[in-house]
Design a binder for this molecule. Sequence first.
Ligand SMILES: [Zn+2]
Length: 264
Amino acid sequence: MKTFETDAIVLSTRDYGESDRLVTFHSAGFGRLRGIAKGARRSRKRFANVFEPCSLVRVECRERNSFIWIEACKLVEPYLPMRADIEKWAYAALFSEIILEMVPEGESHLAPFLLHKETLDRLERDKDPQNVLVLALLRFQFLMGYMPALDGCVICRRRFETANKWFWQAAEGKLVCEDHFCPNTSYIAMDTGTLALIHYLRKIPLEKTWRLRMRREMKAPLLMGLLDWFCCNTRKEIQSIKVLEQILPSCGFAWPVNRKDSAR
Ligand SMILES: [Zn+2]
């Protein structure tokens, strides 16, 4: 029987059996972590308000008979102002949903956890939460090793610095120049400045990430590209996109990414 303690962010909670809850966390020490909170639905005192999605908690667990049992859970940061803002809350939920799909269970990888925690902190404080979400998603893809290179045309090998018009066929992970893009596929129009910023983001430490500012008109297309890439590669649907569809059409967010019409 092994006991352990770790900082964690609540990803999802659901009822389990007659009186328990099954809680999934993104933990600092063990990646994605699933544990059973015994009697959590019967006794509200023991686990009061600690299993709300996106809350930062300190959780104490015991591993027994190949199950993880949650012994205690302390609320560290509930991010209350963020929950009161629908746009910020939608971004936090979307980022958590992607983490839930992509972070492996039981593997210690501290960098994605620190990114998740800082993203929630920044979403709460920053005046431009959409910029925070796009930077966080880009950085997360780099960390997990899934981000395509985006350093030039995949067909003619021309470098991105040598032209100003680029087309990111996000679903296929390909960047192509003006001469080689095919209008019958889904693509995001990109400029050199945005590509340079994405490259710069790969090299800097996490704390410097949030100083970067995406061009206003590039944020929604980049977000669409990143989500299109995610959905095509994992063959999963992101439930939180439904909320974005309702709150973001004014800034150019259109889902699903159109074929033919997405050039701007
Ligand atoms: Zn080319």
